[in-house]
Design a protein around this ligand. Sequence first.
Ligand SMILES: NC(=O)c1ccc[n+]([C@@H]2O[C@H](COP(=O)([O-])OP(=O)(O)OC[C@H]3O[C@@H](n4cnc5c(N)ncnc54)[C@H](OP(=O)(O)O)[C@@H]3O)[C@@H](O)[C@H]2O)c1
Length: 340
Amino acid sequence: LSINRQIVLNSRPQGDPVPGNFRLAEAAMPTPGPGELLVRNRYLAMEPATRGWLDDNDKNYFEPLRIGQAVRSIAMGEVIASNNPEYTVGNIVRGLLAWEEYSIATDDTILLEKIALTPGVPPSYYLGALGGSGETAYVGLHRIGRIQPGETVVISAATGGVGHVAGQVARLHGCRTVGLVGSAEKARIATDELGYDATINYREKPDLVAALRETCPEGVDVYFDNVGGATLDAMLLSMKMMGRIVCCGMIASYNKPDDPPPIFNIWQMVARQIEMKGFLLYSYAEHIPDALRTLESWVRSGELRVLENKHVGLERTPELFCDLLAGRTTGKSLIELEPA
Ligand SMILES: NC(=O)c1ccc[n+]([C@@H]2O[C@H](COP(=O)([O-])OP(=O)(O)OC[C@H]3O[C@@H](n4cnc5c(N)ncnc54)[C@H](OP(=O)(O)O)[C@@H]3O)[C@@H](O)[C@H]2O)c1
């Protein structure tokens, strides 16, 4: 038990990340200092935002990773040593840790919290639909989008980690839901498994504005944007007067930090008096418990369908992350680490 296997940044991606941008490394097992915890990680979340931290620039909300540094990531695991009286050995915790077998957590660890697992609910759900992804969907739709029953809500990346929950949260609130997806299989999953009222496969319908006019003839009340770029541009032309755009993510730009896809229709914010607001989940911490309670109750009742893209083994991490950034996944992408 003296080695900590990690996935570290090997080189900075040029555009799309490739598995060779990362490498498996062995570090010494960390020792918790005063007030710190030692966590044996069990699940690692794959998050598109990680892509931004791989670049050496100041365009992001966390510092760039250093070459050789373990990749920062939301992870969940078990406390195996504690110098903090609020945590005991055996507690399950989640927070912004790293792609590694063992992490040190402190009171400053972002989003660090104890997780009360529910019998009958798979623990990995607490890193996806019952973790940051589901909570982002719920908090973003309610707090930023202020969704109301009867409204038309469009969601991009509709079958992804955040999107597959967002579609169901909006539907369960009585909204009409339309999912934007990148393949016929994703369209099938969106309607058959997730209950979207309609879907648009933007690869088959390159004139997205025309497709949206057909699917939402009266316009869109709320757009939950996971993508940015050309999709956001088309949505600006598809909103109702006083519509709301929830800026959750802009994955279409993440691999092109110096040459992001242009937005031409920003004037529509004035012409249609659109409200467009970005948010990061960790700034809405006070709303997370309510979101989690509701999402958990829907999982237990079977009303919320959870999609996971789970792979086993630390060494699979780079490939899975690259698949996520290339749009090849559905549901929450995560790595399960084998028990020690
Ligand atoms: N604000 C927050 O606090 C917060 C928290 C978590 C996540 N996020 C953001 O939420 C978004 C979704 O995250 P997620 O973890 O749920 O990822 P995800 O949706 O599981 O995966 C990304 C999906 O984006 C879609 N996509 C559209 N255009 C793309 C492009 N140019 N390149 C690659 N993929 C593209 C693909 O779906 P299709 O093939 O269907 O288009 C792809 O499968 C991301 O933008 C992420 O940064 C924000």
